[in-house]
Ligand binder design. Structure first.
Ligand code: NAP
Length: 234
């Protein structure tokens, strides 16, 4: 697959290099082309570099790294994103006292409103850049969850395949509005990482085999308001 990295920051660099290792063609874009060149040269093959517009034109899938910056301010022709899968991982800054504000509108939704003809998918929010050092190598059995949300199922599936190729476990969360929960999950994991003073941890999402019959009385009718017909209110 052809991947365009718009903004070769930390996440753009590590994601692009890990995907290039998996055989994808990766074009690193930056406003300072020297930064894109340096990233591309870390890769052994399949890497290209240039400006952000060239990266956006190159990729079938785009990783959009600039946070809180509208594509119209980054690209000379943002319409080149129309119809493309645009992946982002944007989280907010970490407040000094960890008093995170509730995520009312996710950054992914804001980006989608800025490029309505693109297919924005959020992913990788809860995975630190350091963990990408392991990608393709030693993640087996760790079951590191990568939560994915986006309004187009095919776009989510495309991203899920990229995620799986890196050794992470894709967890399809459905529509893009679920990016609010994913951003909040990233706040939780970052609070934990800051407190343990290490980036080397992440969430896993593990399916548990059902145990029938129940040993402990089972789930009984609750007097609490139920959120859904099938889910629990707990
Ligand atoms: N780092 C992590 O471990 C991690 C993990 C999960 C999610 N995230 C999230 O991913 C996002 C990016 O994080 P990061 O660590 O990659 O940040 P970063 O290293 O600071 O990269 C930011 C990128 O945005 C570009 N950029 C910023 N303002 C721009 C502008 N006005 N025009 C064009 N480009 C601009 C920067 O370009 P220049 O280099 O030219 O300034 C750079 O490529 C954040 O929302 C973060 O919360 C990060």
């Amino acid at each position: 697959m052809k991947i365009g990295i718009v903004g070769t920051g930390n996440m753009g660099r590590v994601l692009g290099l890990a995907l290039a290792e998996r055989g994808h063609q990766v074009f690193f874009g930056a406003r300072n082309i020297e930064k894109a060149r340096q990233a591309a040269q870390i890769g052994t093959s399949n890497t290209f570099f240039g400006d952000n517009q060239q990266a956006a034109e190159f990729g079938d899938v785009i990783y959009y790294n600039p946070r809180d910056v509208c594509p119209a301010d980054v690209l000379s022709n943002p319409d080149v994103l129309n119809g493309k899968v645009v992946v982002e991982s944007h989280n907010g800054t970490v407040p000094s006292d960890f008093s995170f504000a509730p995520v009312v509108e996710s950054r992914a939704e804001t980006l989608q409103s800025q490029i309505p003809e693109a297919q924005v998918v959020t992913a990788f929010n809860t995975i630190t850049q350091e963990i990408f050092e392991h990608a393709n190598r030693s993640l087996d059995g760790l079951n590191i969850a990568c939560f994915i949300a986006g309004d187009q199922p095919e776009a989510r599936e495309t991203v899920a395949q990229l995620v799986a190729s890196l050794g992470f476990t894709p967890v399809d969360c459905g529509e893009l509005r679920q990016a609010r929960l994913i951003e909040s999950a990233a706040d939780l994991v970052r609070m934990l990482l800051y407190k343990q003073k290490s980036p080397w941890a992440s969430f896993s999402f593990t399916k548990i085999p059902p145990l029938q019959p129940s040993r402990l009385g089972g789930r009984q009718a609750s007097s609490l308001t139920r959120a859904t017909t099938t889910g629990s209110s707990q």
